[in-house]
Design a protein around this ligand. Structure first.
Ligand code: MG
Length: 168
């Protein structure tokens, strides 16, 4: 029987991320880097882009680099109202420096409203650009919870992300 230690694992790493924000009036709704027509945005220290936050956590998780709160503390003024795409690009910079890239990403947005189908293609393009990979490797989908729970009552939006990194 061969020694398993002589056969290093392939350089792929998986990560998952989850985030949720409650609705708050007086601000735009931005999901996956795309402005969504709605009467409420998401309350947050940043722009409240729950999709990108879940994605950042998945990327950081795959690289064993902690989480978005550690990288971009929500008590620091420099992140007040920040475009979450900037945070995503910084995470990608860190991964690139380590020799890692995104093989694929799969994201699910949980929202009772608004309807997100018209925005999925635009989100996919934006995220593929920031993840520096072809759009064919990025999947964005949306679901409701059949009016159950906090998303079902329209109190907020949640998102989860799974990513596979290749490289080191
Ligand atoms: Mg968040």
């Amino acid at each position: 029987m061969k020694d398993e230690g002589q056969h290093p694992l392939p350089p792929v790493r998986i990560g998952q991320g989850l985030d949720a924000h409650r609705f708050g009036s007086g601000r735009p709704l931005v999901l996956g880097g795309v402005r969504i027509e709605h009467d409420q945005g998401l309350a947050a220290h940043s722009d409240g882009d729950v999709v990108i936050h879940a994605l950042c956590d998945a990327l950081l998780g795959a690289a064993a680099l902690g989480d978005i709160g550690r990288w971009f503390p929500d008590h620091e003024d420099q992140y007040a109202g920040i475009d979450s795409r900037i945070l995503l690009r910084r995470v990608m910079d860190a991964l690139s420096e380590r020799g890692s890239g995104v093989s694929n990403a799969d994201l699910t947005i949980v929202a009772q409203c608004p309807k997100l189908a018209p925005y999925i293609a635009a989100m996919t393009e934006v995220l593929a650009a920031d993840l520096r990979c072809p759009v064919e490797r990025i999947n964005v989908k949306a679901t409701t919870t059949e009016r159950m729970g906090f998303t079902g009552r329209g109190e907020g939006i949640a998102a989860c992300a799974v990513v596979l990194l290749t490289g080191s």
